[in-house]
Design a protein around this ligand. Structure first.
Ligand code: ADP
Ligand code: FDM
Length: 234
């Protein structure tokens, strides 16, 4: 590798957990630390494939479930050459949703197994850091009503949450351990399944969540700059 490469940093989480807010703040923070950084998001609705996905999400068109899953994956693959180019140029990529959303959302539908859902994304650039922003459904509802898009119902989001929790048990993925003082909170404070080790507490203030995310990200950026980019789920 000629120069130092950028890090691939992904934010995942339930709807309204603050992914977009935190991605934007992280890009600014990295840039302020002298680290080139850009934001990406999936689905990227600007491409031809992305427009098919967008129309599906907006319920303007229907697509068969396997088909739309493969389109979401194709939407990532079509951006891979650009992602690799930017990472090689030393640009850190902060990505709002990635293959984990792909697997969690499709496998929450009846008749889909995790392995089938993961397959199309095997070999994608492997994130150097994946942070899962966890927020209880109650707190999420305090951040506003669901919009009109497909998947925006509390029943489906709970099913997705469970799939995410399953994915977080995969030690081959660079999930981030949380550090927001959660171990001192009694587990009974949470009215639903809680996985204290693998998440960012997204119920904290925007600034506190940001601080946590920025610290982990800056560490990762320094650690991986001389390491090769990995391949996801390979
Ligand atoms: P996501 O991208 O995960 O759906 P957003 O970043 O769009 O979430 O945030 C959803 C809403 O919640 C926005 O109105 C945002 O301002 C608000 N929000 C984000 N983070 C926090 C936070 N830590 N505390 C309170 N409100 C937040
Ligand atoms: N989504 C997102 C999927 O179903 N599969 C995927 O691979 C990805 C990346 O699309 F409901 C879902 C998740 C969410 C919607 O919404 C995208 P936002 O507001 O653009 O993140």
């Amino acid at each position: 590798m000629a120069g130092k490469r950028g890090a691939l940093i992904v934010l995942e989480g339930v709807d309204r957990a603050g992914k977009t807010t935190q991605c934007k703040k992280l890009v600014q923070a990295l840039q302020q630390n002298g680290r080139p950084a850009e934001m990406m998001r999936f689905p990227d609705r600007s491409t031809t494939i992305g427009q098919l996905i967008s129309s599906y999400l907006e319920k303007k068109s229907d697509l068969e479930d396997h088909t739309v899953h493969l389109l979401f994956s194709a939407n990532r693959w079509e951006l891979v050459p650009l992602m690799k180019k930017k990472l090689e140029q030393g640009i850190n990529l902060v990505v709002d949703r990635y293959a984990f959303s792909g697997v969690a959302f499709t496998s929450a539908k009846p008749g889909f197994c995790l392995d089938w859902c993961k397959n199309p994304d095997v070999g994608l650039p492997k994130p150097d850091l994946v942070m899962f922003l966890k927020l209880s459904p109650t707190e999420a509802s305090l951040r506003g009503q669901f919009g009109e898009e497909r998947y925006e119902t509390s029943v489906f989001q709970r099913a997705v949450q469970q799939k995410f929790e399953h994915l977080m048990k995969d030690a081959s993925v660079n999930w981030q351990f949380c550090s927001l003082g959660l171990p001192i909170l009694p587990l009974t404070a949470f009215h639903w399944t809680w996985t204290p080790n693998d998440v960012i507490d997204a119920s904290a203030s925007i600034e506190d969540v940001h601080e946590d995310i920025a610290t982990h990200s800056l560490n990762t950026v320094s650690t991986v700059e001389n390491q090769p980019l990995g391949e996801l789920w390979k």
